[in-house]
Design a protein around this ligand. Structure first.
Ligand code: GUN
Ligand code: FE
Length: 420
């Protein structure tokens, strides 16, 4: 049995209301799993060497529940557009280049390395329609020991010729993708119909059949803008809500159902999300860049919908989930100011919880340091000015607002320290 002990200021959120803080404490990790947190080392571990991090913070590594690896190379570009123009002018032409495997490898290698650098070890990822490039991304995630869901994108209408599949080949390629990766554990395939406007009913139904056959979840964009919400119902006229499109196609019954943005959920969307224990992913940067609306996060959380945080590279321009935690707090204030009936300001603890334990739950016992959780962890600089002491909770908040990858001093996956 491998036993390791780390000393530092240990923090994790066990709920949206509870930030657990253990200053100057010891976390015992057995075979990569948290055994306990102690103010003094228990007698039975007294011979185990301790790695001391002093006043540095030890926190769970982050999960990014909505990110387009294929858009890593276009981050920070086209940010003066709204969704439809941004897709047509920037994203679709750029994504079409993933038919070239060497282009894809450069992008995916850089993306995976940057995620690790910024402390995201678990991610739910959109690739592109190209299966071979998506296979490469999948294997790169596995090689680096990360946790993830990876989706080959499907789109068979309302897209330019150079990025549109025919329905049957789209389903066939998806089936090959699922066959290739069945049995994988840490990285798993997920279905990724891009969003309702680019997918026909026949494609949705075909994907629903694959979801059943392969016991597979779904990852897509839901009620992400006024334009998208209207387009979805115009193109699927016998449906009452965007979420019903996925529910009726049988896409929400197997594995997780993960929906990005969810900015304009109607009562019917909310009912369906709750019924299927789905996750709604708040992507603060993308919301202000291309989507132009703010998720009613607190209202949805209070109603019992699971919430996670996403970078949505490249609708979002930054890969760091800790910065999205800060932005989620900022946006909740703006939303409360302009629409006081539709939201309340959230705490940093709540935002941190959504980005760690709540998001991590789709991957397993990940995102907390309660006993039995994997020690997938980050060691963060003390974040203090030398003349002024802060509490551990204040230092975590400062890291989310002002920190960057240089403040991440060590990274662990299943108790093993990883190097960059
Ligand atoms: N909706 C459809 N495609 C996309 C995409 O690539 N990014 C975002 N944010 N929304 C989308
Ligand atoms: Fe997106």
């Amino acid at each position: 049995m491998s036993v390791k002990i780390y000393q530092g200021d240990i923090l994790y959120a066990s709920s949206a209301e509870k930030l657990n803080v253990f200053e100057k404490s010891y976390i015992v990790v057995e075979n990569g799993v948290v055994e306990g947190i102690y103010p003094v080392i228990p007698e039975k571990y007294k011979d185990i060497p301790v790695t001391c991090y002093g006043r540095k913070l030890i926190i769970p590594a982050f999960s990014d529940l909505h990110v387009h690896a294929s858009q890593y190379v276009q981050r920070g570009i086209g940010m003066d557009c709204l969704l439809s123009d941004w897709l047509n002018h920037y994203t679709f032409p750029q994504e079409s280049q993933f038919s070239d495997l060497s282009y894809a490898k450069n992008c995916y290698d850089a993306f995976v390395d940057d995620m690790i650098r910024h402390g995201t070890f678990h991610a739910n990822i959109f690739a592109t329609i190209h299966r071979e490039a998506t296979d490469y991304l999948y294997s790169r995630m596995e090689e680096k020991g990360l946790y993830g869901f990876v989706g080959k994108v499907n789109m068979d209408r309302n897209a330019p010729d150079f990025l549109r599949e025919s329905t049957e080949p789209s389903l066939r390629e998806t089936k090959v993708f699922l066959d290739t990766h069945s049995g994988s554990k840490k990285v798993r395939p997920i279905l990724a119909p891009r969003f309702a406007p680019t997918c026909s009913q026949k494609l949705m139904d075909g994907l629903g059949a694959l979801a059943k056959k392969y016991n597979c979840g779904v990852h897509t964009h839901l009620v992400e803008s006024r334009w998208e919400s209207q387009e979805a119902l115009r193109l699927f006229p016998d449906h009452r809500s965007d979420a019903e499109i996925y529910e009726r196609a049988g896409l929400m019954d197997y594995g997780p159902s993960i929906f990005a943005h969810v900015i304009f959920p109607g009562a019917e969307d909310m009912r369906i999300l709750k019924k299927h224990n789905s996750v709604a992913v708040h992507c603060p940067d993308a919301t202000t860049n291309i989507v132009a609306g703010i998720m009613p996060l607190a209202r949805m959380h209070d109603a019992g919908v699971n919430i996670a945080i996403g970078s949505d590279i490249a609708g979002g321009h930054g890969i760091a989930i800790y910065r999205q935690i800060a932005r989620a707090v900022q946006l909740s204030k703006l939303k409360e100011f302009y629409e006081p009936d539709d939201n309340r300001t959230i705490t940093i603890t709540q935002a941190f919880y959504h980005a760690t334990k709540e998001a991590g739950s789709v991957f397993g016992k990940i995102g907390s340091f309660e006993n039995g959780y994997l020690f997938n962890a980050l060691v963060i600089d003390s974040m203090e000015d030398p003349w002024m002491e802060l509490s551990a909770a204040e230092r975590l908040e400062r890291f989310c607002y002002t920190g960057d990858d240089r403040n991440i001093k060590a990274r662990f996956i299943e108790g093993q320290e990883i190097s960059l």
